[in-house]
Design a protein around this ligand. Structure first.
Ligand code: 5GP
Ligand code: ZN
Length: 107
């Protein structure tokens, strides 16, 4: 999606502080952190929101969820963390490329 901010981050057209990347996903630091550690985990596939998932995305979403605790642990959140997925205008979503907020304070 050429006009999507997070697709531009995936493409490297907009810089980001990457903390994890593989063939399916990218994790990077939120530019306006609301916690000492605030990471965004996104699929490389452009999916606008949870409301736009199809059954084809089940395995991909499973991979993302399995990566969450590993990324949290690797960034100092071994004692636990919060996750948040804002969905749609009513859910406060600002960037319409599905993302999981991973937030916490290193222990
Ligand atoms: P949303 O409200 O859509 O769930 O969250 C979007 C998040 O993206 C916000 O926490 C915001 O700070 C973050 N964000 C917006 N633009 C950029 C950017 O250019 N780079 C990074 N790293 N984060 C961004
Ligand atoms: Zn996108």
């Amino acid at each position: 999606m050429s006009d999507c901010l997070f697709c531009k981050i995936i493409a490297g057209d907009i810089p980001s502080q990457k903390v994890y990347e593989d063939a399916d996903m990218l994790a990077f630091k939120d530019i306006r952190p609301s916690a000492p550690v605030h990471i965004l985990l996104i699929p490389k596939k452009h999916i606008a929101s949870l409301q736009d998932l199809s059954s084809d995305d089940a395995a991909l979403m499973g991979k993302l969820m399995l990566a969450v605790p590993k990324i949290a642990y690797d960034n100092g959140l071994s004692n636990g963390f919060k996750t948040q997925i804002n969905t749609g205008v009513g859910g406060g979503q600002e960037v319409f490329h599905l993302h999981i907020h991973i937030m916490g304070r290193p222990s």
